[in-house]
Design a protein around this ligand. Structure first.
Ligand SMILES: Nc1ncnc2c1ncn2[C@@H]1O[C@H](COP(=O)(O)OP(=O)(O)OP(=O)(O)O)[C@@H](O)[C@H]1O
Ligand SMILES: CC(=O)N[C@H]1[C@@H]2OC[C@@H](O2)[C@@H](O)[C@@H]1O[C@H](C)C(=O)O
Length: 379
């Protein structure tokens, strides 16, 4: 087996909140050590530009095209990643000897049914900038990690499950368990020993809540679930919203950030609800859509480990506990990092990509066979 190397993962997720940078030491199979992580939040103007790029991307048919605002967004995003890495290396100069960098970029469109997934982020420009920050020869950079899977007919997401399985190996009793990531979109990984993990997106996590809060109050999220905690869930709305074919489909399955926007506008009845009831109902929708996935899994998990920004929302965690009826703990409680798990995963996935190991499996993305991927740039 190849020796472990230092890898840095860079993640900009669907919630558009910032760049996460995290370090792992790994051979691409096991995780030897978890290093530091840092978040570099986007400014409001960056976020507005990325939101415009998401809107503009809905009409893309070519994943390499960068018309108008999308090109501007790609340059800004790459610049923000360069700044994030520079700040990370200033804080942790001992990690300038990193061997591999995994650059996720920002998903602006995800339509796997049309074999189309678009992540903006200029790999060559980022690597050029990195070379000026580190001693020669500098790291290998892997990016565009979803493309090969989608081209082969897979969902192209989620990619993190193989990392979840590597982390699960470090736990005392891995048993059938579920890792639940609550970012903009929610995704799960069902792990049962060394079998290929079973995975998929389950529905919205925070994106709809964030959009609702922004429209009603101008704030970016329902901080600590405070509004939802004071509201009453409209169970009729939950039933109407769950009556969508996506929720009945067994994993693997994946979503675009904005897939349920129109559905909720049509069926949610949120306009007639108070701020608190609307927030409570959307928070319950996230919990209920995770619960709807349980009967579609190979077995009932004994433990749920929750990561992502939603793990900081106690109202959402309480609703999940009530609707799942399974012991639920946060990633931090088991010694993982809820905030940096995805960034670490992209460092781990980049090492796998460089070593030609599979990133995706028939059970995680519906790929026809285990597939590696990513574009690899050498220093
Ligand atoms: N204290 C908090 N209270 C409530 N919600 C929170 C809190 N902290 C973070 N969040 C939510 O978590 C979101 C960010 O989560 P995260 O960083 O995991 O998302 P992401 O990685 O961008 O998304 P994805 O995993 O879908 O790509 C925020 O948009 C916000 O809605
Ligand atoms: C297309 C895309 O970027 N999907 C993201 C998104 O955010 C969460 C969920 O939807 C997940 O499927 C995926 O990200 C994680 C990191 C993944 O691929 O595992």
């Amino acid at each position: 087996m190849d020796r472990p190397v230092k890898a840095i993962g860079l993640m900009s997720g669907t919630s558009l909140d910032g760049v996460d940078v995290a370090l792992v030491e790994t051979d691409g199979e096991d995780v030897d050590a978890l290093g530091p992580g840092q978040t570099f939040p986007y400014e409001a103007a960056d976020r507005a530009l990325f939101e415009q790029a998401l809107e503009a991307a809905t009409s893309l048919t070519d994943r390499t095209a960068r018309p108008g605002v999308i090109e501007e967004a790609e340059q800004r995003l790459t610049e923000r990643h360069e700044q994030a890495l520079a700040a990370f290396f200033t804080e942790f100069p001992e990690h300038r000897d990193v061997s591999v960098i995994g650059f996720h970029g920002q998903t602006v469109l995800h339509r796997p049914e049309r074999r189309l997934t678009v992540q903006i982020g200029d790999g060559p420009a980022l690597l050029d900038a990195v070379r000026a920050m580190v001693p020669s020869p500098g790291p290998v950079l892997a990016y565009d990690l979803r493309a090969a899977d989608v081209a082969a007919g897979g969902q192209g997401a989620p990619l993190v499950p193989v990392y979840h399985r590597a982390l699960a190996r470090r736990l005392a009793s891995p048993g059938p368990m579920l890792v639940l990531n609550l970012g903009g979109v929610a995704n799960i990984t069902f792990i049962d020993g060394e079998r290929d993990p079973v995975a998929g997106d389950t529905g919205p996590a925070n994106a709809l809540i964030d959009d609702f809060m922004k429209a009603r109050t101008g704030t970016p999220c329902d901080r600590d679930g405070a509004a939802a905690a004071c509201g009453t869930v409209d169970e009729g709305a939950i039933a109407r919203l769950l009556d969508h074919p996506f929720f009945a489909k067994a994993p693997p399955k994946s979503l675009d950030r904005n897939d349920f926007r129109a559905w909720v506008a049509q069926r949610g009845g949120l306009d007639a609800m108070s701020l608190e009831d609307g927030a409570a109902t959307l928070t319950a929708l996230t919990a209920a859509s995770v619960a709807a996935c349980l009967p579609l899994l190979p077995a009932r998990p004994r433990l749920v480990i929750v990561a992502g920004g939603g793990a900081r929302n106690p109202t959402l965690l309480a609703m999940l506990r009530a609707r799942l009826g399974i012991e639920l703990v946060t990633a931090d409680a088991v010694g993982w990092s809820g905030d940096f798990l995805e960034a670490q995963a992209f460092g781990f996935l980049a090492v796998r990509a460089v070593r030609g190991l599979p990133l995706t499996f028939p059970t995680t993305t519906g790929a026809p066979r285990p597939l590696s991927g990513g574009r690899i740039l050498c220093a």
